[in-house]
Write a protein that binds this ligand. Structure first.
Ligand code: ARG
Length: 329
């Protein structure tokens, strides 16, 4: 409906301006409101999709949280001009400013079981992503707060506004892009296969060979899970065992419960270094881009974080952080 009006307005402007020979300006207000409508629709339908896929019982809880957070938004611009009222609403909207989940803080949702990107060390969350988030927070004048959770809860935390950004070695995928907006990519990941040293699996292609029947360990809802579900389970070439943490999948490999583990290369190296008798296959499964996941409903914060990250990439800060944790091969 609104799109119609926008179109009419735009074409009316083009017609009227054609006469005086100047370029029409975009009607940005009309555009914004039709976008807002679209994105709330998109959200609803993708939630419906998610819950039909649901494996876990916590889904219903999560989506009701998301709904109430959605309802809280969208009141900006309704306050009256005139007397200054002492509003307790957290939206201190100066032009160009942004709001965060907790005032003055940048809340990062992560799953700190993914070395060297994020892991717990001496009771603190350390790693590449934690340092990148701290650098972004520093640029924005915010204090970093880290919320450690299951990997498959991060997207929902970001969507609902409970967290400002998901930073978790998270791969940009088309499905996730329907749920969240990704910043520019700050690193590359590769899905690799971990096997026991004496394994009959010697290359990634063995997993897709005719008549193959392997049990593959993955961290639940990671791209390793998504790809192997498509390529192996759905093709009748084996089954997928999904674990809450990558390290648990690696333990299952060690004890013979799974035949291999598909996971990102850097954590794979870290896990293999800790557990004897395992190796990483030379052939790679998929190469992917890591980026921070953010809400589609907080454009001002997205722009600020994305700009900060771009500056940190341009001035070499990000590479410096990565080099501290990953030695060049
Ligand atoms: N890159 C993979 C993905 O996005 C795995 C990320 C897992 N991250 C974590 N912090 N556990 O699905």
């Amino acid at each position: 409906m609104k799109k119609w009006i926008a179109l009419l307005l735009a074409s009316a402007m083009v017609l009227s301006m054609a006469g005086c020979g100047s370029e029409p300006k975009e009607s940005s207000q009309a555009e914004e409101s039709s976008q807002a409508e679209e994105s709330s629709q998109a959200e609803e339908s993708s939630q419906a999709e998610e819950s039909s896929q649901a494996e876990e019982s916590s889904q219903a809880e999560e989506s009701s949280q998301a709904d109430s957070a959605d309802a809280d938004q969208g009141n900006a611009g309704e306050s009256e001009v005139g007397e200054e009222s002492s509003e307790d609403a957290p939206t201190a909207s100066e032009p160009g400013s942004f709001t965060t989940a907790v005032e003055g803080k940048l809340t990062m949702a992560t799953n700190a079981a993914f070395p060297p990107y994020e892991y717990v060390e001496g009771g603190e969350i350390a790693g590449i992503d934690a340092e990148i988030a701290a650098a972004i927070a520093g640029k924005l004048g915010l204090e970093l707060l880290i919320d450690d959770m299951e990997f498959d809860s991060i997207t929902e935390a970001v969507k609902s506004g409970k967290a400002d950004l998901g930073l978790a070695g998270m791969t940009v995928t088309p499905d996730r892009q329907e749920e969240v907006d990704f910043t520019v990519s700050y690193a590359t990941g590769v899905q690799v296969v971990i096997v026991t040293e004496d394994s009959a699996i010697t290359s990634v292609d063995d997993l897709f060979a005719e008549g193959a029947n392997h049990v593959v360990g993955v961290q639940r809802n990671t791209t390793g899970d998504i790809y192997t579900t498509d390529d192996i389970e759905d093709e009748g070439l084996g089954t997928i065992d999904r674990y809450s943490k990558g390290a648990e999948a690696v333990q299952a490999l060690k004890t013979g419960k799974v035949d291999c583990v598909v996971i990102d290369n850097e954590p794979a190296k870290a896990f293999v270094a800790e557990v004897e008798g395992l190796k990483i296959l030379e052939t790679e499964y998929v190469t992917e881009d890591y980026a921070a996941a953010m809400s589609k409903d907080n454009k001002a914060l997205y722009d600020a974080v994305n700009a900060a990250l771009q500056e940190l990439i341009a001035d070499g800060t990000i590479q410096g952080i990565i080099d501290k944790y990953i030695s060049a091969e």
